[in-house]
Design a protein around this ligand. Structure first.
Ligand code: SF4
Ligand code: SF4
Ligand code: FES
Length: 253
């Protein structure tokens, strides 16, 4: 776990080197400079010691979602993780939930396949034909805008035990796609009903609300409270029969 340490000159960083067939942790001694993040340290190794070290990154500003990895065993963005927050030694591994391509680079394409299964935003025919600008209540905008902050880093997918420990990619879309679906289902101008999809193929019932996904989200999206729980409630409404509930109440059952 991350700890605050005094300034120091060198950090011993062990990085996974290998591919789908296997690999090993290779130690590197990296000179530390002020403000250095783990991605800087990895890029220093690449520039000075191991030019063939594979690492994916783009923005170095915690916005592209490319540099996801596991630092000292925790899913993190490398560009948002100061070296000073760790001890004299640290480990950097690729995300465990996805197949390794090489070194720190994983194959996250399964996520894009899941994304394709979720029908996109679809307005009603009347709204689609309306030449006037649509009007929405501010509270409706506020509710879905949180979900639009997702940078698709897939750290939530990496940490979710349904995918990570039980490898149920066959039956569960994962938290990132719960928020994508919630954003669509809560959109006042969307006319589709994706509840059956999420109940059946999406497997929303497999989430047991441990909130691990919420804890690792670099955008601080309240994945569980604001997306998954409301989605579960909406899916439960699918099999809720109000007439039967009234009869039950009259019978005192
Ligand atoms: S709250 Fe649900 S989706 Fe999030 S990590 Fe836990 S089981 Fe996975
Ligand atoms: S919800 Fe958060 S953790 Fe999950 S992919 Fe989006 S930004 Fe990353
Ligand atoms: S390099 Fe873009 S999120 Fe880290």
């Amino acid at each position: 776990m991350a700890v605050s340490t005094p300034a120091r000159n060198v950090v011993q960083m062990s990085v996974f080197r290998g591919d789908a067939a296997g690999g090993e942790m290779v130690p590197y001694r990296v000179p530390v400079r002020e403000g250095m993040v783990v991605l800087d340290a990895v890029l220093w190794v690449q520039a000075n010691m191991a030019p063939d070290l594979a690492v994916r990154w783009n923005c170095k500003a915690a916005k592209c979602g490319s540099c996801s990895a596991e630092i000292d065993g925790f899913p993190r963005l490398m560009c948002k993780s100061p070296v000073a927050d760790y001890g004299d030694e640290l480990t950097v591994r690729p995300m465990r939930t996805f197949p390794v391509i090489r070194d720190l680079v994983t194959d996250v394409s399964w996520n894009y396949e899941v994304n394709k299964k979720i029908p996109p935003f679809t307005p009603s025919a009347a709204d689609a034909a309306d030449p006037e600008p649509w009007r929405m209540q501010q509270e409706d905008v506020d509710r879905v805008i949180e979900f639009r902050k997702c940078i698709e880093c897939f750290l939530c997918q990496d940490v979710c035990h349904v995918l990570r420990n039980h490898d149920r990619k066959d039956a569960f879309f994962g938290p990132r796609f719960m928020i994508r679906t919630a954003a669509l289902e809560m959109h006042p101008k969307d006319a589709l009903d994706r509840r059956a999809l999420m109940r059946d193929e999406g497997g929303v019932g497999m989430c047991n609300i441990t909130k691990c996904c919420t804890e690792v989200c670099p955008e601080h999206i309240h994945i569980t409270d604001n997306a998954i729980i409301p989605l579960k409630e909406r899916v439960a409404d699918l099999s809720f029969d109000p007439l039967r509930a009234v009869v039950r109440r009259l019978r005192g059952a």
